[in-house]
Design a binder for this molecule. Structure first.
Ligand code: LLP
Length: 418
C-alpha cells in the first residue's frame, strides 16, 4: 500500500492532509505512514514465502520506538549495531530471543550487556572479536551463539560508502579465511557456532549480488554443517532497494525468492534477512517550509527550513529524493536548487530541480525519507532535531517531540574557572 498519495490536488498521508500536519506541528517534520510499513512487511513475507525467512528489522534505518513497536507486533525481530539499539529494541517489545547484534567494534560493555540479555545471536565480524566474546561469555558461564560474518567479495553496484561486502571493506571475515575463523570459534569455550552472516551493501537494485554471494558461500556452508552440530542459520543481511523516483523499478523480491529457494533447500539452512530501508524508506516524508526564493544571476535557490542536519543523504551519497509542494500551485515550472539554512555548500536537499512555482510559506515534501533520515539527523549549527508524527488512517500522533534549546544544551557544563 502506498502510504502517501494525491487527492484533490494535495498530498496526503493515508487519510490526513500533509498541509494540516505541517500547520499543526510545524516544520521540519517527519511524517510516517503505518499502513505503508505494514504493507511492506506483509509484501516481504508473502514474496519470500517459499524461503520462510526470519525477518530482523535493521533498527539503524529508523529507530523511533513507535516504529520498532509496530514492526515487533507484526512479528519482526531486530538487527542492532549498538548497545543503544539493543535497549531500544527491548523497550519497544522485541524479545531478546529475536535480537541479532552486528557491528565491527562491539565494546566489552556492549558484549556483556548482550550476554546478560541472552540475545539470539552475535554477528561476529573478526577473530579478535570472537576471542573477546568467548572470554566475556565464559566469565558469565555462558555460551554465546554466534554467526560469523563473511565477506563474499561481491560488488553490490551501489554507492562506495554503502558497499560492505567487498574484499577491501572493514566488515566481516574474508571468505578465504572464514573456515579458520569458524575453526577458531569451534575451539573457544564461550561461543557456539550457529550460523553464517553476510551483508553486501545498501541499497541493492536486484537479486543478482545475493545469488552470486550465496553461490560463493554455499560450499563453506556445507562443510560447516558437517563440522558444527548447532550450525543452522544463513543470514543474508539487508539491502533491498526501494523506488526513490517515479519510474524506478521496485526490488524484484519474487526473482530473489525464485533464485534463492532451491539453493537454500540444497544446503538445508534456515534463512534470515535484515531489511531496513525496504520497510520504512517510502513510509516517510520530510516536510519543510520555504523561507525564501532567491535569484542569483546564475542559479535560483529555494531556501527551506530543513537542512543537511535533518536529511544527510543528498550531500553524503548524492542521493536523490523527490521534492514536491504538498499543495502545488498552477503556473510555469521553475528550475532551482532546494537548499537548507546551514553554512555549507553541501547543504542541499536537491539540485537542478524542476518544481511548480513556489512562494515563501509553501510546504514541500521530501519523499522517501523514512529510512536513514531522522536516524542520521544531527544538531549541527545548534539546530534541534525535527519532530516525528505517525499517521494511521485518519489519526496522527506525535511519536517524538521537536528538540528544544534545553535539549540542545543538556549535559553541557561550565568549569568553575570560567
Ligand atoms: N544488516 C546490516 C549488517 C547492515 O549493515 C545494514 C545496513 C542492514 C542490515 C540494513 O540495510 P537496508 O535493508 O536498510 O538497506 N545510511 C545509508 C545506508 C547504510 C546502510 C548500513 N547498513 C543510506 O542512507 O543509504
Amino acid at each position: 500500500m502506498e502510504g502517501f498519495h494525491w487527492r484533490d490536488g494535495e498530498l496526503w498521508a493515508e487519510n490526513v492532509r500533509l498541509a494540516d500536519l505541517a500547520r499543526a506541528h510545524g516544520t521540519p517534520l517527519y511524517v510516517y505512514s503505518r499502513a505503508h510499513i505494514e504493507g511492506q512487511f506483509r509484501a516481504l513475507q508473502s514474496a519470500l514465502q517459499g524461503l520462510q525467512p526470519t525477518l530482523f528489522y535493521a533498527l539503524k534505518a529508523n529507530s523511533n520506538g513507535a516504529i520498532i513497536r509496530l514492526l515487533a507486533r507484526l512479528g519482526a525481530g531486530a538487527d542492532v549495531v549498538s548497545g543503544g539499539e539493543m535497549e531500544r529494541a527491548i523497550r519497544a517489545g522485541v524479545p531478546p530471543s529475536r535480537i541479532v547484534f552486528a557491528g565491527v567494534g562491539k565494546t566489552v560493555e556492549e558484549i556483556d550487556a548482550a550476554i546478560a540479555r541472552d540475545i539470539r545471536c552475535f554477528t561476529v565480524e573478526s577473530e579478535p572479536e570472537l576471542e573477546r566474546l568467548s572470554a566475556r561469555a565464559a566469565r558469565q558461564k555462558h555460551r554465546a551463539r554466534v554467526a560469523i560474518r563473511v565477506n563474499p567479495d561481491v560488488d553490490p553496484q551501489t554507492h562506495v560508502y554503502t558497499s560492505t561486502g567487498m574484499r577491501e571493506n572493514k566488515f566481516g571475515v574474508d571468505l578465504e579465511r572464514a573456515e579458520q575463523a569458524f575453526e577458531l570459534a569451534g575451539s573457544l569455550p564461550g561461543v557456539e557456532v550457529v550460523g553464517v552472516h553476510m551483508h553486501l551493501g545498501s541499497p541493492l537494485a536486484d537479486e543478482r549480488p545475493y545469488v552470486e554471494a550465496l553461490d560463493k558461500v554455499m560450499p563453506l556452508c556445507r562443510r560447516l554443517r558437517a563440522r558444527h552440530p548447532a550450525f543452522r542459520y544463513l543470514d543474508m543481511g539487508g539491502g533491498f532497494g526501494i523506488p526513490y523516483w517515479p519510474r524506478q523499478s521496485p526490488f524484484p523480491l519474487e526473482a530473489l525468492a525464485r533464485e534463492l529457494a532451491p539453493r537454500c533447500r540444497d544446503v538445508g539452512l534456515e534463512v534470515a534477512f535484515e531489511p531496513g530501508r525496504f520497510l520504512v524508506g517510502n513510509a516517510g516524508v520530510l516536510l519543510t517550509t520555504v523561507q525564501y526564493v532567491k535569484d542569483n544571476p546564475f542559479r535560483k535557490f529555494v531556501i527551506v527550513d530543513a537542512g543537511m542536519n535533518d536529511l544527510l543523504r543528498p550531500p553524503l551519497y548524492d542521493a536523490w529524493h523527490e521534492i514536491r509542494p504538498v499543495v502545488p500551485r498552477d503556473g510555469e515550472a521553475i528550475h532551482a536548487d532546494v537548499v537548507g539554512p546551514i553554512c555549507e555548500s553541501a547543504d542541499f536537499l536537491g539540485t537542478d530541480r524542476q518544481l511548480p512555482p513556489v512562494q515563501e510559506g509553501d510546504v514541500l515534501a521530501v519523499l522517501g525519507a523514512g529510512a536513514y533520515g531522522m536516524a542520521m539527523a544531527s544538531n549541527y549549527n545548534s539546530r534541534g532535531r525535527a519532530a516525528e508524527v505517525l499517521v494511521d488512517g485518519d489519526r496522527a500522533a506525535v511519536v517524538r517531540t521537536r528538540e528544544t534549546l534545553d535539549d540542545l544544551v543538556r549535559g553541557e557544563c561550565c568549569p568553575d574557572w570560567l
